[in-house]
Design a protein around this ligand. Structure first.
Ligand code: C5P
Length: 405
């Protein structure tokens, strides 16, 4: 989805997060978006019209009764000459105004006059965010069709408080904008799809664990690609260093057992994609205290036991999804091993990748896969993990087309 040439009217509310609106303008302009900004009086206490104007390369609109602005553009045209209206930061006050239909300054008037979709990125103190009045306003706005991105949990800038209320990061807002402006068909709308991704960490003691080199890039990209096709995606992720994908509900787990529990709680679903590199074994016991190195005693012996096979459990489950997709990371006999896995694990497809391949699939950005199914082996050329994800999501959509919701 390209944003180039799209027009966004950005309403900047008054909050410390207004500084992030400056970066948002940069990120949007980098992508070829035409950004026009409206600032409330409170916003101008935090950032200046000079900065906003310089970054957007346009006049900044502030006053409902400005004779020049009303003559040149006018608040009605301002609100209509955009593809999308974005409010960032959306303060408790701006949310309350739109929820109740107030129009006593330029920002609130534009919001009520527009015939375009509205996206709000709230930012406020956690107590303000959880106040029943704000929750009511949010519910009303959602019912009216306003979209939201964030807020996230984290430290508040103005106090030592932590909690929900931090504005979404500019790139997350960009991803939400892309999703809203994406008018391509959504063949997976109404479909619930589970995706597992990343490694698992199997504890030995409170500070040590067994892990593997999986980055989660491929699984996360698949979750995002399925969401772009309209699916309700539940991503169960092991410990990874990458961000939760936009438009996806992400659940974080550490161990194979935790991943299995989360996946089973999510059933029934229309499809499930098992991209996680689940540890095959774990230490039978995990010590409560750090295991000490004792002179003369030598290293401890680790007794390993097998982890549950999550894919196989779901592949043979009484609530089995219509479509079950597994992965096979192999260093030899790729196709033969993948074919054997199909039946053993109860999968419809196995995405086989040769992890011995140059450049390193694990942690890298590119992948070369084969899709193994009962129908045979389909070899895909080497491509980025995002492209693999997009193609796989299209294949899943195609297969689910024949399944009645
Ligand atoms: O048998 P193998 O580990 O090669 O199988 C890989 C596939 O099985 C992947 O889809 C992986 O996510 C899944 N798997 C699982 N639970 C395990 C081991 C593997 O879901 N304990």
């Amino acid at each position: 989805m390209t944003l180039s040439g799209k027009r966004i009217l950005l309403i900047i509310g008054g909050g410390i997060a207004a500084y992030k609106a400056l970066d948002l303008i940069r990120r949007l302009r980098e992508r070829g978006v035409v950004v026009r900004a409206v600032m409330t009086a409170a916003a101008r206490e935090f950032v200046t019209t000079l900065s906003v104007g310089a970054l957007s390369a346009d006049h900044v609109f502030t006053d409902l009764f400005d004779r020049n602005d009303e003559h040149d553009v006018g608040h009605i045209r301002l609100s209509r000459e955009a593809d999308l209206v974005v409010v960032a930061p959306a303060t408790a006050d701006l949310m309350a105004k739109l929820a109740n239909g107030h129009a006593n300054d330029l920002a609130s008037t534009v919001l009520i006059a527009t015939d375009k979709p509205v996206l709000m990125a709230p930012a406020m103190n956690p107590k303000m965010w959880s106040h029943p009045a704000t929750r009511r306003n949010r519910a009303t706005l959602q019912k009216d069709g306003v979209a939201f991105v964030g807020p996230a949990k984290g430290e508040m800038a103005e106090s030592n408080e932590a909690g929900e209320g931090r504005m979404a990061e500019p790139l997350e807002i960009v991803a939400a904008i892309e999703a809203l402006l994406d008018s391509r068909p959504k063949p997976l709308a109404g479909r619930k799809i589970i995706v597992t991704s990343g490694p698992t960490h199997e504890p030995i003691d409170p500070v040590r664990y067994i892990a593997n080199r999986s980055s989660g890039k491929q699984g996360h990209a698949i979750a995002a690609a399925l969401a772009r096709l309209g699916a309700d995606v539940r991503l169960v992720s092991g410990p990874v260093g990458i961000a939760d994908p936009a438009g996806v509900t992400t659940l974080h787990v550490e161990t194979a057992n935790e991943m299995k529990d989360e996946v089973e709680k999510l059933l029934p679903a229309d499809a499930a994609v098992f991209a996680a590199a689940v540890a095959d074994w774990r230490s039978e016991t995990s010590a409560d205290e750090k295991i000490k190195k004792v002179a003369g005693e030598g290293p401890p012996a680790l007794q390993m036991i097998e982890n549950p096979d999550i894919l196989s459990g779901v592949g043979h489950h009484r609530k089995r999804p219509s479509l079950v997709v597994g992965f096979a990371a192999e260093t030899r006999d790729l196709v033969r091993n993948a074919e054997a896995k199909l039946a053993k694990k109860g999968a419809d497809f196995i995405v086989a990748n040769d992890v011995s391949h140059e450049g390193g699939v694990m942690g890298g950005d590119r992948n070369r896969v084969r899709i193994v199914s009962k129908a045979g082996v389909d070899e895909w050329p080497e491509m980025s993990k995002d492209e693999v994800a997009t193609r796989l999501a299209a294949l899943i959509a195609e297969r689910l087309k024949t399944v009645v919701v």
